[in-house]
Design a protein around this ligand. Structure first.
Ligand code: ZN
Length: 166
């Protein structure tokens, strides 16, 4: 392997396990492909991206990320909407992430937190807001991003060739 280091414009491919402070596993790449991201483009939470800077292939480390540098604190609205407004959405279920569009065309994410007969409770906070994130990371590969990836601000798969229709 080369002496490639994690820096802006590199695609970093890593395995991860994410736990909360209580040690519960929240997410993991175990048993799946490692995850690629484009360094310097906010593809991952800021607290993890900072810790990635300057790392090399083969590095393993643990990092604890406070909510402010993770998925944020719970400061956004929770609201109830009539269920009829979701009639178009197939297979609506709690935990689902959906988007609403502002008049300017920005997409704002929200999460379905509860579904009753009449209403859907939606939450604009990320499900992992207020959670201190404990990551165990292993860096598997570091490569240069290609032009298209830099233009899009995200990686196209592990080798940069898996376009995704845009
Ligand atoms: Zn793309």
């Amino acid at each position: 392997m080369s002496e490639a280091k994690v820096e802006d414009g590199k695609v970093v491919i890593f395995h991860y396990t994410l736990k909360n402070k209580e040690g519960e596993v929240l997410d993991s790449s175990d048993g799946t492909d490692p995850m690629p991201y484009l360094h310097g483009y906010n593809n991952i939470v800021p607290g993890l991206e900072e810790e990635m800077q300057g790392r090399k292939v083969g590095d393993s480390f643990e990092v604890e990320v406070v909510p402010e540098k993770g998925y944020g604190v719970r400061d956004k609205p929770v609201t109830n909407l009539p269920r009829a407004q979701f009639a178009e959405i197939p297979d609506l279920q709690p935990g689902m992430q959906l988007f609403t569009e502002t008049p300017d065309g920005d997409l704002i994410p929200f999460f379905v937190s509860e579904i009753t007969e009449e209403e859907v409770v939606i939450d604009f906070n990320h499900p992992l807001s207020d959670v201190t994130l404990c990551f165990a990371i292993e860096i598997v590969n570091i490569r240069d991003a290609n032009e298209e990836e830099v233009a899009h601000g995200h990686p196209h798969g592990l080798d940069g060739t898996s376009g995704h229709g845009h």
